[in-house]
Write a protein of this length. Structure first.
Length: 344
C-alpha cells in the first residue's frame, strides 16, 4: 500500500542492536586492556583499576546479551554501571593516593555524554555533578593531582550539557514536525491517506498513466453505515471503518493507493493490467463480505458497494472520478454489496 512509513518498534530494535554491539566492543576492549596491563610489570599500579574495568565491561556485556531487554532499561543499566565504575576508580585513588590518570577524566566525559543523552536533564545533572565532586576529592587526595586535566574537565562538562540539551530540543522539534506532517497527510482514524494527500497522489498516478499505463479508479462506500452507528454506537462505526480499512489493505498490492475519501467512503487507485486490478478489487469486496463486526451482544455484517472506472474509458482523471461515482450510486440502487463497472 502507498502509505506514510512509521518508525515504531523497528527503530527501538535497531537502537538495541547498535547499543549491544557497542557494549560488546567496549567489554572486549576492557578485557584486552586488563590483560595487557597485567603483562607489563612497570604498570603494576594500574592492575587493580584495569581489572575493575574488565569486570564492569563484562557486566555491560551480560546486560547487552540479556534477551528481550528494551532500549530504555538497557540505557539505564549502562548509566548505572558506568557511574559505579567511575565512582570505584575515584574511591580507589582516594585510598591509594595514586596519580589521577587521564583515563579517569575520559571516563567522566563518557559518563556525562551517555547520562545527558539518555536521562532527564535534572537527574543527569545531579549524577554528573556528584561524580565531578568525587573527581575533585580524588584529585585532592592524589599524590600528583592533575590540575590541568581537572580544569579542562570543568570546561568540557558544561559543554556536554549544552550540546545534549540543545540536541534534545532539535530532536523534539523534528519529531513534532514529523507528527504534524503525518496529521496533514493521513486520516487519524484509519491511518491511510486523507483526501487532500490522496488527491495529490492520485494526480501523480494519473499523470504517469498518461504514457499508456492503465489505471483503475474505484470509489467504495460502506453499506448501511448509519444503521451500524445506530446499533453499535459511534465507537462501533469507528471500529467498522478501521476493520474495513484493514481488509482492503490486505487485499490490495503495495503499488495500489487507498484513501479515505470522506465519511464512510474510500477511494482505491490501481495501476497495472486492468483484469488483474479488477480481480483485486473484487477480492477486497469479498474479504469485507466474509467479515462481521461484533460489540458485546450485537454484531453487524460488513459489505461494500463500489463503482469502477478506468482512466482510458473516461479520458481524464476528473471524468474517471465522476464515472466511478455514478457507478457507485448504481451499485447502491441495485441492492448494494456489489461492484459496478462498464455496462454493469
Amino acid at each position: 500500500m502507498t502509505q506514510p512509513s512509521g518508525r515504531g518498534h523497528g527503530s527501538e530494535r535497531h537502537q538495541v542492536r547498535l547499543l549491544r554491539a557497542l557494549l560488546l566492543a567496549g567489554a572486549a576492549l576492557e578485557v584486552f586492556n586488563a590483560a595487557y596491563i597485567a603483562s607489563r610489570p612497570e604498570l603494576a599500579h594500574r592492575i587493580l583499576p584495569s581489572r575493575v574495568g574488565a569486570v564492569m565491561g563484562l557486566v555491560l556485556a551480560a546486560l547487552a546479551l540479556w534477551p528481550r531487554v528494551g532500549v530504555r532499561p538497557l540505557q539505564g543499566g549502562v548509566v548505572a554501571v558506568l557511574c559505579v565504575w567511575f565512582a570505584s576508580n575515584a574511591v580507589g585513588i582516594m585510598v591509594t593516593q595514586r596519580p589521577v590518570a587521564s583515563g579517569l577524566l575520559l571516563q567522566l566525559v563518557i559518563v556525562a555524554l551517555v547520562t545527558y543523552s539518555w536521562l532527564p536533564v535534572r537527574l543527569a545533572t545531579g549524577l554528573v555533578g556528584a561524580l565531578y565532586g568525587l573527581l575533585l576529592i580524588a584529585s585532592g587526595r592524589s599524590e600528583r593531582p592533575d590540575v590541568p586535566g581537572a580544569a579542562l574537565t570543568t570546561f568540557i562538562l558544561p559543554l556536554i550539557w549544552y550540546l545534549c540539551v540543545h540536541g534534545r530540543s532539535v530532536r523534539h522539534e523534528r519529531g513534532r514536525s514529523v507528527e504534524l506532517q503525518a496529521l496533514a497527510f493521513t486520516d487519524p482514524l484509519t491511518g491511510v491517506l486523507n483526501r487532500r494527500a490522496g488527491t495529490d497522489r492520485l494526480t501523480h498516478l494519473a499523470a504517469r498513466s498518461g504514457g499508456g499505463a492503465p489505471l483503475l479508479v474505484v470509489l467504495l462506500d460502506l453499506d448501511h453505515f448509519k444503521r451500524v452507528n445506530d446499533r453499535l454506537g459511534h465507537a462501533g462505526g469507528d471500529r467498522m471503518l478501521i476493520e474495513v480499512t484493514g481488509l482492503l489493505q490486505g487485499a490490495l498490492h503495495a503499488d495500489d493507493l487507498l484513501v479515505r475519501w470522506g465519511g464512510e467512503e474510500f477511494l482505491v487507485a490501481l495501476p497495472g493490467p486492468i483484469a488483474a486490478s479488477r480481480q483485486r478489487v473484487e477480492g477486497a469486496l469479498h474479504a469485507v463480505r466474509q467479515a462481521r463486526l461484533s460489540t458485546g451482544t450485537a454484531s453487524e455484517a460488513l459489505t461494500v458497494s463500489a463503482g469502477l472506472a478506468s482512466l482510458d474509458e473516461a479520458g481524464h482523471l476528473e471524468a474517471a472520478l465522476e464515472l466511478a461515482d455514478r457507478r457507485l450510486y448504481r451499485a447502491k440502487a441495485a441492492g448494494r454489496d456489489r461492484l459496478v463497472a462498464g455496462g454493469g
